[in-house]
Design a protein around this ligand. Structure first.
Ligand code: PSU
Ligand code: MN
Length: 344
């Protein structure tokens, strides 16, 4: 009887608790990888992860539906396999079907839709087991964690979280930064929005052991770490890469060195969409003041500021935002393609 029970427990444990990295490819009650993505990872095809908090908490509905499917097809056109990551019906999913993507995007702005960072993942999946909580958009931090569980090494997004202004006393520092310090996934982003404290963000990444490289795109001299809508930030990038081959070589080297940290690849917004820093500064200062007035702190801070910026730029920030994410998806795919050549 006791033995049978132990046998039963063992069988259950092997179903729910992966014993080694290969087993992470298996599905369990909290984590599912789509067939297409699993097959692509298995055969070492270039897979690019995409986050879903940008749809649930960054972009308004219905523009986010169009963006979500556009990003997936952009990755395919450039020879990659997209893996959008999010929580649906309480299950963390890597790779979603078209109708699931629409469900995620349509959940934008609803009180019941959670913005999920690393610390909320267990909560939503645990509650999901009892059917209580269903949909959540994953941030850079939680998307990295889930991408790594599935075996994905490259992830494209819009903006990275960072150290908030005044973070030295509020300690509001995005979990994206610590995740980069502990999870070996390369994140392609347009840097950080300048409502954050960029110099402190870079200092913090250095402390976490995260390498930060900005694509030079033929530029000479000082290369700035980009500030999302703006190519220039006045803050110098710690290192520079010239093309996707170089970026892939760094990922490959970090793997060969068994490094457990990630890599931040900063891809400046395409020049034709770049909004001058001085213009954005005024808008951002006003948005920060509004956020303080409404006491939008903690995880509500970033979505609140994004909404205000959209209002204050009469929606002009949206096309720029779309252009930079698309450009990051293309970059991410090219990096993943180069990486898969190195790994073959
Ligand atoms: N910055 C943006 N757009 C975004 C986000 C950040 O310019 O959509 C989202 C991302 O999902 C990022 C998260 O991972 O916000 C960071 O939130 P927090 O600061 O609460 O960790
Ligand atoms: Mn925060």
């Amino acid at each position: 009887m006791a033995l049978a029970r132990i046998g039963g427990w063992k069988a259950a444990a092997s179903r729910y608790a992966p014993r080694n990295r290969r087993d992470f490819h298996l599905d369990n009650h909290c984590f599912k990888v789509s067939d297409e993505v699993r097959e692509a990872i298995h055969s070492r095809r270039p897979v690019v992860a995409l986050e879903s908090a940008i749809y649930t908490h960054g972009f308004p509905y219905p523009e986010n539906v169009t963006l979500a499917s556009h990003l997936e097809s952009t990755i395919r056109v450039h020879g990659g396999v997209p893996a959008t990551i999010g929580v649906i019906d309480g299950i963390a999913r890597v790779g979603v079907k078209a109708e699931e993507l629409t469900r995620l995007a349509a959940a934008a702005g609803k009180d019941t839709t959670l913005k999920l960072s690393r610390w909320d993942l267990g909560f939503i999946c645990g509650m999901g087991l009892s059917g209580k909580i269903k949909i959540g958009g994953t941030t850079v931090a939680s998307t990295m964690l889930l991408a790594h569980l599935a075996g994905i090494k490259v992830f494209a997004t819009g903006g990275l979280g960072g150290v908030h202004r005044g973070g030295e006393s509020s300690l509001d520092i995005s979990a994206d930064l610590t995740e980069l310090g502990r999870t070996p996934v390369a994140v392609v982003s347009s840097g950080c929005k300048s409502f954050l404290d960029l110099p402190r963000t870079l200092e913090y990444l250095e402390t976490q052991g995260v390498s930060v490289a900005t694509f030079a795109d033929g530029r000479e001299g000082q290369i700035d770490f980009p500030a999302f809508w703006t190519r220039e930030s006045g803050v110098s990038s710690p290192t520079v890469v010239h093309d996707e081959k170089e970026a892939a070589a760094i990922i490959y080297a970090q793997n060969l060195l068994s490094m457990t940290s990630g890599l931040l690849l900063a891809n400046p917004i395409p020049a034709e969409y770049s909004i001058p820093l001085a213009e954005m500064d005024g808008v951002i200062d006003a948005a920060i003041r509004e956020a303080e007035l409404h006491r939008a702190t903690g995880k509500a801070n970033t979505p609140f500021i994004l909404r205000k910026i959209k209002e204050l730029t009469s929606g002009r920030s949206i096309p720029a935002n779309q252009a930079l994410i698309e450009s990051n998806a293309v970059r991410g795919t090219k990096v993943a393609v180069e990486l898969s050549k190195l790994e073959k």
